[in-house]
Design a protein around this ligand. Structure first.
Ligand code: SAM
Length: 251
């Protein structure tokens, strides 16, 4: 890789002391990292990483050797105060998750809250995010969309969240694990058989696939194979009824 300073210009703005940087990392394709993200990872005093081993692989690929501290959902509260005190001493910290944008179905929010509560600075170093990648290639409306994250696993909470969600206007975007994707498609077949769905699988990776159709059509594709990989599920908005059509024609 060319020297990063040649690519960013001779005088890129230095990191600001006492700032927490939320740095997006690739969601699959390792080229999906910005020059600013690389420079921030290179120049910060400390990297707070969801999984230091995984971030270690990224740093190795970028040719960087950095101090890391693990910052995951089980120690976010404790880490927040350590991060705040380090920032108060004038440090610069980059927060990264395993993939994509920190804070999006990933740890980050509690740390951002603690840093803001302490009147310190938070900056975004934006980049890859599976929900935005999936939404923008889905062909579904982007004028209004709702990101619903992962549905609860427990059936009572799951079905009430799903039912409430389906009432929302605009495109709905969900993350789902490969173990529950068929269950979700069956739930959608039951609740919204006519809505347009898009399944975005393994975005930016070698075996990326995008399936478009109704729940029944997409389920048909998995009739004799197990879903594997990472999935974003998008649900098209309720089709507006022409004034003269009876309401039974669409869901
Ligand atoms: N912070 C990440 C982001 O910015 O998208 C999301 C992290 S969340 C723990 C992981 C979920 O995001 C996966 O289960 C999947 O639903 C979705 N995801 C992440 N990478 C993906 C990819 N390459 N293709 C499809 N979905 C992906």
């Amino acid at each position: 890789m060319a020297d990063i300073d040649c690519l960013t210009g001779n005088n890129p703005a230095p990191l600001v002391s006492g700032t927490l940087y939320l740095v997006a990392t690739p969601i699959g394709n390792m080229e999906d990292i910005t020059l600013r993200a690389i420079r921030t990872l290179r120049d910060c005093d400390l990297i707070a990483a969801e999984d230091t081993r995984r971030t270690g692989l990224l740093l190795k690929r970028l040719g960087l050797v950095k101090q890391q501290v693990s910052t995951h959902k089980f120690n976010e509260a404790k880490r927040s105060s350590e991060i705040v005190s380090r920032l108060k001493q004038g440090g610069t910290i980059a927060l990264v998750s395993d993939a994509g944008t920190p804070g999006i179905s990933d740890p980050g929010l509690r740390i951002v809250e603690a840093v803001l509560d302490a009147d310190l600075r938070v900056e975004s170093v934006p980049g890859a995010c599976a929900l935005i990648a999936a939404l923008t290639i889905s062909g579904l409306s982007t004028d209004e969309f709702h990101f619903c994250g992962f549905l609860p696993v427990k059936s009572g909470k799951r079905s009430s969240k799903l039912t409430d969600m389906l009432e929302l206007p605009g495109t709905l975007v969900l993350y789902e694990s490969p173990y529950r994707i068929l269950k979700l498609l069956k739930e959608l077949l039951e609740l919204v058989p006519n809505r347009q769905l898009v399944l975005a699988r393994e975005l930016t990776k070698k075996f990326e696939q995008i399936h478009r159709g109704t729940a029944e059509e997409i389920l048909g594709l998995y009739s004799n194979k197990k879903p594997k990989g990472e999935f974003v599920v998008l649900i098209g908005s309720v089709v507006a009824l022409p004034a003269d059509k009876p309401s039974g024609d669409v869901d």
